[in-house]
Design a protein around this ligand. Structure first.
Ligand code: FAD
Ligand code: 2HG
Ligand code: ZN
Length: 471
């Protein structure tokens, strides 16, 4: 480091104020461990700037002192991207105080919002203005817009609305040297060369710190329908997906796959949840939405599911008849991650495949993993409509979770080699962070990694933004 910590910390304190400069172990603790409790780091300090100008001043100060920075939003990321390293040399920059809704442009159907706003609050702001912001995920109460964009988050409505990348029209970003790049015009068309904002989306804090964004708004759904279907196998899930696409078109907004074991695990940890259709190996949670208020959506969904049962694509199905019933079905689905966390440390695989190859993947992966890890528990669920599975593995009952976790590389090789064979990706929506950095060099073409490094060097030549993450 170029200088001792004292002038650095006193300058940072002067920028953000005493109350927003955290240095004691107790104050810093929540910021140096990830949601899964998998990574434990240290930091010189956590700073919480309250404005873009303060973020810029913090970054400039760190650049002058040659001190690396870890940007952090809601700290719900699943790949360790927001956790500082063990060295303790980094400054965590928490964006949580950049939490203002700056503007809603109704005619342009856009929301300009600061990076630290939690996703649920952004949804609420859109709703209050008579619009809909469709990004939706289990951690939306804490995850922030800046984190969502930096990880290019997916979630449960990608089928209809796309990933975070598709929902952004403009960004304000603090660059590695502290300059502010402001492009918050909110244009739907702007063909003036490279689309620079998209470089920052999915870059996980390695190219710049997002301080604000212009987001696309959509008409508010006036009618919605939620159903839960029981399936004999995943081939049937694909057939049902095709059938519902035909029946509902782009009013089919979500199609989630859930295995029987996920339901059992979730009900073990949360016994109050009902078991909607016991006795089948697989389920699909189906969401339909229509901006029209007099929509035949529910009736059409019911007819389509009836036809699916008749032709034995689905074995059984239930349609929610109230918001409470719909919420209960979604709560069961959204608590799988927390249930698996409570059950013990596990190996996560957030994989992406052409939807058509998912049954083949599941058959082959199971055969290979059963042979390597007898008794391994498969916690398989995810966004089937997007070809995105959470193919998570929990330790066999007879094996201590820590011993199983020690086998992560062996399990990853089996899963990711097969994903690569089938033309898929080892990271669908959670990103790379620290967790999948080695996989990036292994599975991404060397030329592509070279291009990524060139971009990183161009935007952050000193390597001070979230070093050791992504690339
Ligand atoms: P953080 O965890 O704080 O940070 C994530 C990364 O972004 C880090 O690399 C960090 O350095 C960087 N970063 C954060 N803010 C900024 C910023 N302003 N500028 C630059 N870099 C920044 N993800 C999905 O995609 N789909 C899901 O369905 C989903 N469900 C989840 C359910 C649960 C229960 C949990 C715990 C997580 C889930 N996630 C999901 C993962 C997580 O919520 C998302 O990755 C989310 O987008 C992270 O937002 P965050 O604000 O918590 O980011
Ligand atoms: C989800 O879809 C999240 O619920 C979390 O992406 C997935 O727990 C996981 O692996
Ligand atoms: Zn997911």
């Amino acid at each position: 480091m170029a200088e001792s910590a004292a002038p650095l910390l006193s300058t940072l304190r002067a920028i953000v104020g005493e109350a927003n400069m955290l240095t004691s172990d107790a104050d810093v603790a929540p910021y140096v461990t990830d949601w899964r409790d998998r990574y434990h780091g240290h930091a010189r300090a956590v700073v919480r700037p309250g404005t873009t100008a303060e973020v810029a001043a913090v970054v400039r100060c760190c650049a002058e002192h040659d001190v690396p920075i870890v940007p952090q939003g809601g700290n719900t990321g699943l790949c360790g991207g927001a956790t500082p390293h063990e060295s303790g040399g980094e400054i965590v920059v928490s964006l949580s105080r950049l939490a203002r809704v700056r503007a809603i442009d109704a005619a342009n159907a856009t929301l300009t919002i600061e990076a630290g706003v939690p996703l649920a609050r952004a949804q609420q702001a859109a709703d209050e203005a008579g619009f809909f912001f469709p990004l939706s995920l289990g951690a939306e109460g804490s995850a922030t817009i800046g984190g969502n964009l930096s990880t290019n988050a997916g979630g449960t409505a990608v089928l209809r609305y796309g990933n975070a990348r598709e929902l952004v029209l403009g960004l304000e970003v603090v660059l590695a040297d502290g300059r502010i790049w402001e492009s918050l015009k909110g244009l739907r068309k702007d063909n003036t060369g490279y689309d620079v904002k998209q470089l920052f989306v999915g870059s996980e804090g390695t190219l710049g710190i997002i301080t604000a964004a212009v987001l696309k708004l959509f008409p508010k759904p006036q009618t919605s329908a939620t159903a839960f279907a029981a399936l004999a196998d995943v081939d049937a899930a694909l057939a049902l997906l095709g059938l519902l696409r035909q029946a509902l078109g782009d009013r089919l907004t979500g199609f989630e796959l859930v295995s029987r074991y996920c339901i059992e695990l979730t009900r073990k940890e949360f016994p109050a949840f009902a078991d909607p259709l016991p006795g089948y190996p697989w389920y699909a949670l189906i969401q339909g939405e229509d901006p029209a208020s007099e929509s035949p959506l529910s009736a059409q969904l019911e007819i389509a599911l009836g036809a699916a049962i008749e032709q034995q694509t689905a074995r059984d199905a239930t349609i929610a008849h109230s918001t409470a019933q719909a919420d209960a079905l979604w709560a069961l689905r959204e608590h799988i991650t927390e249930a698996q966390r409570r059950d013990g440390p596990n190996i996560k695989h957030d994989i992406s495949l052409p939807v058509s190859r998912i049954p083949e993947f599941l058959r082959n992966a199971r055969a290979r993993l059963d042979a390597a890890f007898p008794g391994v528990r498969y916690v398989t669920f995810g966004h089937l409509g997007d070809g995105n599975l959470h193919y998570n593995l929990s330790a066999p009952e007879a094996v201590a979770p820590t011993a199983f976790i020690a086998e992560t590389s062996r399990a990853n090789r089996i899963v990711y080699d097969l994903v690569a064979e089938l033309g898929g990706s080892f990271s669908a929506e959670h990103g790379i962070g620290q967790l999948k950095r080695d996989e990036l060099s292994r599975y991404k073409p060397a030329l592509e990694v070279e291009l990524m490094r060139a971009i990183k060097h161009a935007l952050d030549p000193a390597g001070l933004l979230n070093p050791g993450k992504v690339v």
